[in-house]
Design a protein around this ligand. Structure first.
Ligand code: UD1
Ligand code: CA
Length: 452
């Protein structure tokens, strides 16, 4: 079947009360229109045309390379939106599937079933029976059961408002018939809007769907939260069926783009975002957010960590309360403890920084121990400089490493040192004032003051 998918995404989205175009609002971490565009690609559409208007540049920029665009200059209803793509439709011979950019829950398999059932009809749409039809167009059928019209809520009589079959806003039409029917519809109300729903007046096949949840059209932020919840539930279920233990699916916020291997355990209240991968056997504890990062096998990410654009090698222990900023690379068997921050820093196998440390712009070898309170002083207010710590080095607690600086293989830096010059391999680096002990000084001083 020659297929063109038309995605309506020009609407004002007035009820979102925002500068951001509605279809770019994120449901479960991704802009709503992405789910719709993904479904269109999965159906094997030859052409994907997105009707843009409100926030046109932003929506076009977001979908660039994935679709062609038609611009609706004034938002005068869903019928007018389809007319904005008339040129594109008239150059196409086949089926046009119309989807709304604000319906992120529709599954490709549902669309496939609809298209199979509707392919013989020149004009078809999906409907569904719902518990609360508020806000949707009602499907009105005649005594013989055929569709007479779709009535928008604001134009409906009390009787019509009680109707529980609604229009989902999804249509499948022959391209030529669609254009012919569009020409035949009149504008309504003071704003002279064109309702796409009017194309069914000359007869249409209504495909009644079962799952009302899939057809949630997001008009406000309450519905956006509802849509996110449904998506997160679906994602949690998928991972659980794949062998991931999600202790509390209701507080598992995982993007559809995330990969998780089996035998991973996720504690409550965890966010996994973007291009993230969690390896087999790892555990992620509560309050952690991981974005665009790889956590390899058998790692333990303890409570309240933030990890972005980083790589955590196998068998590592991170946190609690650790911060891996972009470019942190741990080669494996590492320990990054509480209140440790890393940025553009790599660490060889078996190295540790267990407490209260900042490692930025650093290259750290294997089996290095970074003592509590170590700071790489990487910034002079103008430029960033690199610290190199070679294999087997021991950095004592409360050390400042003023970059650029290198600590050679196997060297030891004494606690409390401020290192401004390179430390050669195997050397002790120490910068400390000599300790003096003055015997009996305290009691003598107290006596002089006249205090006990
Ligand atoms: C529409 C349907 C209603 C259906 C409901 C399902 C019409 C007249 N009404 O109502 O029967 O039950 O969807 O969710 O079709 N858009 C444009 N340009 C416009 C107006 C809208 O591109 O001028 C786009 C919007 O961006 C959105 C979609 O069309 O993606 C639906 O618009 P919306 O205003 O949400 O229509 P509803 O009132 O929900
Ligand atoms: Ca809507």
């Amino acid at each position: 079947m020659n297929l063109m998918v038309l995605i309506l995404a020009a609407g004002k989205g007035t009820r979102m009360k925002s500068e951001t175009p509605k279809v770019l609002f994120r449901a479960a971490g991704r802009p709503m229109v992405d789910y719709v565009a993904d479904a269109a690609s999965e159906l094997g559409a030859e052409r994907i045309n997105v009707v843009i208007g409100n926030g046109a540049e932003l929506v076009q920029k977001h979908l660039a390379g994935r679709a062609e665009f038609s611009v609706q200059t004034e938002q005068r209803g869903t019928g007018d939106a389809v007319m904005a793509a008339a040129e594109s439709i008239s150059s196409f011979n086949g089926k046009v599937l119309i989807l709304c950019g604000d319906m992120p829950l529709v599954k490709p398999e549902t669309l496939k079933a609809f298209m199979d059932a509707a392919s013989k009809h020149p004009v078809a749409f999906m409907s569904v029976k719902v518990k609360n039809p508020f806000g949707y167009g009602r499907v009105i059928r005649g005594v013989d059961g055929s569709v007479i019209k779709i009535v928008e809520e604001k134009d409906a009589t009390e009787d019509e408002k009680r109707e529980d079959e609604i229009n989902t806003g999804i249509y499948l039409c022959d391209s030529k018939e669609l254009l012919a029917r569009l020409e035949g519809i009149d504008c309504v109300n003071a704003q002279c809007e064109y309702y796409l729903t009017d194309i069914v007046k000359k007869g249409a096949f209504a495909y009644l769907c079962k799952d009302e949840k899939e057809f949630l059209g997001v008009n406000n932020r309450v519905q956006l939260a509802e849509a996110s919840r449904v998506l997160w539930d679906r994602i949690a279920e998928k991972h659980m069926m794949n062998g991931v233990s999600v202790l509390d699916p209701a507080t598992f916020y995982c993007d559809s783009t995330v990969e998780i291997e089996n035998d991973v355990t996720i504690y409550p209240n965890v966010f996994l975002e973007g291009d993230t991968k969690i390896g087999k056997g790892s555990i992620v504890y509560s309050g952690t957010r991981i974005k665009d990062s790889v956590i390899a096998e058998n790692c333990e990410i303890k409570e309240n960590c933030l990890i972005t654009d980083s790589h955590v090698g196998a068998e590592s222990h991170i946190g609690p309360m650790a911060h891996l900023r972009p470019g942190s690379v741990l080669k494996g068997d590492n320990k990054i403890g509480n209140f440790v921050e890393m940025k553009k820093a790599c660490m060889g196998e078996g190295s540790k920084a267990s407490h209260l440390t900042y490692l930025g712009d650093a290259e750290i070898g294997k089996d290095v121990n970074i003592g509590c309170g170590t700071i790489t002083c990487n910034y002079d207010g103008y430029n960033k400089y690199k610290t190199v710590i070679e294999d087997g080095v021991f950095i004592g607690s409360d050390t400042q490493l003023v970059a650029p600086v290198t600590v050679g293989k196997g060297a030891l830096v004494a606690a409390g040192s401020t290192i401004t010059k390179d430390v050669p391999a195997d050397a002790l680096g120490i910068t400390r004032a000599k300790q003096q002990n003055m015997e009996g000084w305290v009691s003598a001083w107290k006596k002089k003051k006249g205090v006990e």
